[in-house]
Design a protein around this ligand. Sequence first.
Ligand code: ATP
Ligand code: MG
Length: 569
Amino acid sequence: MTLMEDNKAKTGTSETGGTPERKNFVHEIVEEDLKSKRYDSVHTRFPPEPNGYLHIGHAKSICLNFGIAKDYKGLANLRFDDTNPTKEDVEYVDSIKTDIRWLGFDWDDREFYASDYFEKLYEYAAVLIRKGKAYVDNLNADQIREYRGTLTEPGKESPYRSRSVEENLDLFERMKKGEFPDGSKTLRAKIDMSSPNINLRDPVMYRILHATHHRTGDKWCIYPMYDWAHGQSDSIEGITHSICTLEFEDHRPLYNWFVEQLGIHHPRQIEFARLNLTYTVMSKRRLLQLVQEKHVDGWDDPRMPTLSGLRRRGYTPESIRLFADRIGVSKADSVIDVSVLEDCLRLDLNKRAMRAMAVLRPLKLVIDNYPDDKVEELAAVNNPENETMGTRTVPFSKVLYIEQDDFRENPPKKFFRLSPGSEVRLRYAYIIKCAGVEKDEKTGEVTEVHCTYDPDTRSGLPASQRKVKGTIHWVSASRAIDVEARLYDRLFTVEDPSGENWKSFINPNSLEVVKNCKAEPGLANVKPQDRFQFERLGYYCVDNDFKPGEPVFNRAVTLRDTWAKIEKR
Ligand code: ATP
Ligand code: MG
């Protein structure tokens, strides 16, 4: 069974709290800990580094952390792991908060920053120095690397490792005061240079960096390393279950060592497999490159796997939560096909999106036997999946636009759309029969299709029982509005664009802009983020940025997964 099949069998977690209907291994660990009274209640956190926008991988972690808290009536904090002043920015902090709220989660007043704990971490470091468990080192970064050894060879002890407690305390304080240049000294934990786990070979706890921090300004010129800040921040917040991705498994002994040496609250770390998706990249470093080198229009470009990109594309919070639920949580690394994500969006929008008619590439169609100035308002269903969404009217008139693709002068077999002499139903309207075409004299291109309609076949009338093989969509030429459609394709041409030359796989045709599309007049007053199913075309979402009266629609997803077919051709 593939992962996808496996996941289809699973149902959603409970929306209301209480024991989840579908448990993963994290639930099981949490329940054990509650039962054995290791912890009285559950407290998780989502700990982003504010050095980029959140992506769909983060959504998996958010749903897991906030979901576990909800399932066991516990709490989840938002904590920014802001220990890297040169790469972090308030723009990222703000976007992260917006995205988490949009996904439907709330941290109440528990918005924390690792930088809130800089003072406390400094005190903790002094505790370790006093215990003889940390020392100031003069080796530079290259030397530290050299001394560290390899997986097969033990490391070498630094010549500064045996400094006295007094000397270490004095030097550490002077590091903090700014007496030494960047990179000239570090504070290191004194553990074991021959440990088989390289993370335990006297890891660096502090480095000197004269940089302005987006929250603490110039107060500090020493900054804690992630490995030193992370576990203690969890501990300070009373986190019970510190959920992180698999690459931190080997760091767990170090995190345990720190809290044990300090004798402080001990969270349980649980590692899970990070989400990987086909046809995209997920590392923030690479996403930043895509933005900076203008391969995309920004972090919220609808082709990006960021939450702001997915939102602009038309993804709903519900569809992303459904996705997180379907893919589940495990310890085995895997790559999820992006079509799983797209299916979740279809499933959600099918139930909720208003239907509308729009013609992307208009071809003029004239109904010869329809009165010249007559306009009929025909009833159209807003959502066949949801009767409560009601109906609307669409204007019908003598001159219409249909999709160029829906007419063929020389149709192949089984072409059930319009061709000379054939009949089709116009959605919500009449059966028409094609009488002939007009062509451009020079190019031979069909410029106009002529038809006759059968007045007895209007949708809803008894005679409309008459069956024809095809139904096509249309808009009234005189009443349609002009819209722009942006059709998105995969951002990369290969499933796995990892590796060093990943940029060579960027899909040059990932965006097609179609101007002068025609849409039913009801769409004149749409707002950003309104979502529609354009009948027979796909789900579309109104872009954030357009001139009044000239709406821009982003194609969120096609109606069916056409990609597999196209690829095989
Ligand atoms: P990147 O490697 O892209 O910079 P990161 O892991 O460094 O990502 P953080 O801001 O540290 O980014 O991530 C915050 C949280 O989100 C972490 O707990 C991390 O484990 C989790 N996370 C990040 N990427 C994924 C992913 N692809 N799947 C699941 N969880 C993820
Ligand atoms: Mg990280």
